[in-house]
Ligand binder design. Structure first.
Ligand code: NCD
Ligand code: ZN
Length: 362
């Protein structure tokens, strides 16, 4: 179906996966899991809990808590990651990968983002883990920002690409690496021109907003995330990257819920809650980039191919039906404000069944 001007008003794509997601724990997990499980088949679950998920045993316990929090009948599969520390045991990582529990290891430069204090200060200290990952074929997922206080926050990703990522990729030619939530023209170009072992995830917010959305007319904490949104020229470079249909660029929402009070604060947390509207936001961004026909590969094919998994067989349907982003969801006593709360959306995912699957096409 198309509208009068020839643009489609219905889009059926294979069910997507989310290759970068924060599910948190406890009441917050219970509040947010349904939104992802009703739309996505699988998600790479970030390990930056307090305390972080460092060992395979901790990942197993966290996976069990996620499975227990799922709505009855849900087929959602959490793909677990380990939080890399300078004490991480390569044997534990390899054993977790061998049993199919651990899908990737996450590198947070210490201090780069929410709950990253236990991250890596000295890459030399984690070389044995990187070598083991290379040997077993599991990806290293990277929060790509330097923490050098001399480096301006808007430059931290580009400097990371130069100082850390380029040498790392050169020194570990067999290591699969994902530059998570890429936000800059420099990061986009590095991945676009990089080897087959290098991939990137892109969030909906970095395709939709630039730094003005965070700072013009007042500080807007619900547009503040890390890496921080950059100038419009970077947003446009990301749009071109996804519109190019690059096979190693895929969906990672970075949906990262925080209680309202921790966002609307004198020192507010970084992270946007997008899971309930993420597919709609991606559809809007891909349409703005003139690339709606590339959405399915980005959302449902490129990620599984990189991780060596098969794509999902069932589908989701996006309809051009104006809706409004809900203001917030409750998590116990807390309230979590959505990105774009109260604003209009052009697309809507048809989630019609209690188990979250979309009914077959008529
Ligand atoms: C994430 C979080 O809140 O855990 N925040 C964010 O701004 N993206 C951490 C992260 O992915 O950097
Ligand atoms: Zn994240």
């Amino acid at each position: 179906m198309t509208t009068a001007d020839g643009t489609p008003d219905r889009l059926v794509i294979r069910r997507p996966d989310d290759w970068h997601l924060h599910l948190r724990d406890g009441l917050m997990l219970a509040a947010v899991i349904g939104a992802t499980a009703s739309r996505f088949a699988r998600a790479i679950v970030m390990p930056n809990l307090k305390p972080p998920v460092v060992t395979a045993a901790e990942a197993r316990a966290y996976r069990d808590r996620i499975l227990a929090a799922l709505p009855p009948g849900s087929a959602f599969e959490p793909l677990m990651t380990l939080y890399l520390t300078e004490e991480t045991d390569p044997d534990d990582v390899a054993a977790g990968v061998a049993e199919g529990l651990v899908r990737a290891v996450k590198l947070y430069p210490a201090g780069a983002t929410t709950n990253s204090a236990a991250g890596v200060r000295d890459l030399a200290a984690v070389r044995p883990v990187l070598e083991r990952l290379e040997a077993v074929g599991a990806p290293l997922l990277i929060h790509g920002e330097v923490v050098d206080p001399e480096v301006d926050i808007f430059d931290r990703e580009a400097v990371f690409v130069d100082r850390v990522l380029a040498p790392l990729v050169a020194e570990h030619p067999g290591l699969k690496v994902v530059l998570e939530h890429v936000t800059t023209a420099e990061g986009a170009a590095f991945v676009a021109e990089g080897p087959p072992t290098l991939a990137a995830t892109v969030t909906p917010q970095h395709l939709l907003i630039d730094r003005n959305a965070m700072l013009v007319g007042g500080i807007r904490p619900h547009n503040y995330c890390l890496p921080v949104p950059k100038r419009a020229l970077h947003r446009d470079a990301l749009r071109r990257l996804v519109a190019s249909g690059h096979p190693r660029v895929f969906l990672g929402t970075d949906s990262a819920p925080h209680p309202r009070a921790e966002k609307e604060s004198a020192c507010g947390c970084a992270g946007l809650y997008t899971a309930p509207v993420a597919l709609e936001l991606y559809a809007e961004a891909f349409e703005a980039a003139g690339a709606l026909d590339r959405l399915e590969a980005f959302a449902a094919l490129n990620g599984p191919a990189f991780y060596g998994l098969s794509a999902n067989e069932d589908t989701v349907t996006l309809e051009r039906r104006p809706t409004t982003v809900p203001e917030s969801v409750r998590a116990g006593e807390d309230e979590v404000v959505l990105f774009r709360a109260g604003e209009a959306l052009a697309w809507r995912v048809a989630v019609d069944r209690a188990d979250g699957t979309t009914p077959p096409e008529d």
